[in-house]
Design a protein around this ligand. Structure first.
Ligand code: UD1
Ligand code: CA
Length: 476
């Protein structure tokens, strides 16, 4: 971002120290999630597309350690605002940080709000460019939403002109200013020195008793400095999340953006407004997603898959041409090409389903490797098991993996046939090609190619039932 050949260029400050009183939540506001990710992480993602993480200063305060823990892996720097006395006070801490550390003060400072999460990197880049182009001391990103209530308003020097005279907070609006439609997004570019010069003159003489960063606008204008405003292309991207209802509005908007991105890449999504798709999800072309599907976390889905209604797929990886029938639940599972799941299969963490394998109706898997082409189609529980290729697990067969204290492994070789309703008491190994007779309780290893019968022999008593009934009738 050195379009004017400036060497120190831009750094970014993100205000994220506030409590979020209006949310009525114990969780700090910037850790509330939309699109499956904390608000602050969305803002950091956008910021990182403009400058390296080392030039991003995240201002934290309320529950600082909790916030830091969630975003530490992004590599941003942290500035502590121990007491939260307003957005102006937040920037005072950044000024103090530079004074204390002796770090070079960047020529320009872009300020983002941790609770304005839909901001796009293109918009950030364009406000920075305009800021340079206008030689402004302060450039304000604005919007004209349907309902501006609650936001600070931007007063222009004259209609249609870029120059701004002041930002007035909602509670300080005079009656004749109440209809001002243009809102302050809480996103600004500053010439850093011009900003730092004004911060110490801010006062708390206002409706909230806080240091308002927004007051800097009129202070700069009074000094003859240039303050300009530019409207964002879309209103959504500058909306703030101050209440749960506002947050859910942004969540819906963000998920629709994600759905549109996927559709632009060749994914068919029927009734996208009914689907819940996190922003980190990737899906290959020609995959079809039916209504009421949830794709969560960093789920990756290949090409030409079909995800049928009411399936919830979290943090999982699916290959190509996978069919997920209705109502499946997948959590941290890996599914290879051509596999067929469900309806109503439950794949718990560390389920690895091989190529072309089937996991059918009401089957639960956990810590399982199911080999290529193997089938567990009806009513199974498979836990802590390594199952080879071409295995057929009959209806109702289960692994007994838990002895009440420890978990044990079941190993099933290639081509094994497990008869219906068998119980495999782990630890136990079935050698390749073995047969287990239906209804067996298997407690000992079965060698390759063997038949294991783990049930009592059937006894049949001819005529017994007829005779019994006759006796009972006589007695009544
Ligand atoms: C602020 C603006 C308002 C603008 C709106 C846009 C001010 C005075 N008002 O109002 O003009 O329309 O954003 O969304 O700036 N924060 C800190 N430290 C603090 C206080 C807040 O880091 O001491 C952080 C918050 O965590 C939040 C951001 O700054 O991420 C904005 O604070 P918030 O209290 O939500 O300001 P608004 O009332 O929305
Ligand atoms: Ca806000």
């Amino acid at each position: 971002m050195n379009t004017d050949g400036d060497v120190t260029g831009f750094s970014i400050a993100i205000m994220a120290a506030g409590k979020g009183t209006r949310l009525k939540s114990k969780r700090p506001k910037v850790l509330h999630e939309i699109g499956g990710q904390a608000l602050l992480l969305h803002v950091i993602d956008a910021a990182k597309t403009v400058v390296p993480a080392a030039q991003i200063y995240c201002i934290i305060g309320h529950e600082a350690e909790r916030v830091r823990a969630v975003v530490a892996s992004t590599g941003v720097q942290f500035v502590l605002q121990a007491e939260q006395r307003g957005t102006g006070h937040a920037l005072q801490q950044v000024k103090a940080h530079f004074a204390e550390t002796g770090e070079a003060i960047p020529r320009h400072l872009l300020v983002l709000s941790g609770d304005v999460p839909l901001i796009r990197s293109e918009t950030i880049a364009s406000i920075c460019e305009l800021h340079l182009h206008e030689h402004a001391a302060m450039t304000i990103l604005t919007a004209v939403p349907d309902d501006p209530t609650g936001y600070g308003r931007v007063l222009r020097a004259a209609p249609g002109k870029p120059e701004v005279t002041a930002i007035v907070e909602q509670k300080s609006l005079r009656p004749d200013q109440l209809n001002t439609p243009e809102i302050n997004s809480g996103i600004y570019c500053f010439e850093t020195k011009a900003l730092f010069n004004k911060l110490d003159s801010l006062s708390t003489n206002n409706a909230h008793g806080e240091f308002y960063l927004t007051d800097v606008a009129a202070m700069l204008v009074a000094d003859g400095e240039r303050v300009v405003a530019v409207q964002a292309e879309s209103v959504n991207e500058v909306l703030g999340a101050n209440t749960i209802a506002e947050m859910m509005h942004l969540d819906t908007a963000m998920r629709m953006e994600t759905a549109k991105r996927l559709m632009a890449q060749g994914v068919t999504i029927f009734r996208p407004e009914t689907c819940v798709i996190d922003s980190a999800v990737t899906v290959g072309a020609d995959t079809v997603i039916e209504p009421y599907v949830q794709l969560l976390g960093a789920t990756k889905i290949g090409t030409e898959c079909r995800i049928r209604s009411y399936s919830v797929i979290q943090q999982s990886t699916l290959g190509n041409e996978v069919t997920v029938r209705n109502g499946c639940i997948l959590d941290s599972a890996e599914v290879s090409d051509g596999a067929i799941l469900g309806p109503y299969a439950h794949l718990r963490p560390e389920s690895r389903i091989g190529e072309g394998a089937h996991v059918g109706n009401f089957v639960e898997t956990k810590k399982v490797t199911l080999g290529k082409g193997s089938k567990a189609n009806h009513l199974n529980y498979l836990g802590d098991a390594v199952i080879g290729a071409g295995v057929n697990v009959g209806a109702g067969a289960i692994t007994c993996n838990y002895d009440g204290v420890n978990k044990h492994r079941t190993t099933i070789g290639d081509g094994v046939f497990v008869g219906s309703d068998s119980t495999l008491v782990a630890p136990v190994t079935l050698g390749a090609g073995a047969y287990v007779a239906a209804g067996s309780c298997i407690t000992e290893d079965v060698p390759e190619g063997a038949l294991a019968l783990g049930r009592s022999r059937q006894t049949t008593k001819p005529g017994w039932a007829t005779a019994k009934r006759a006796t009972l009738k006589k007695q009544s």
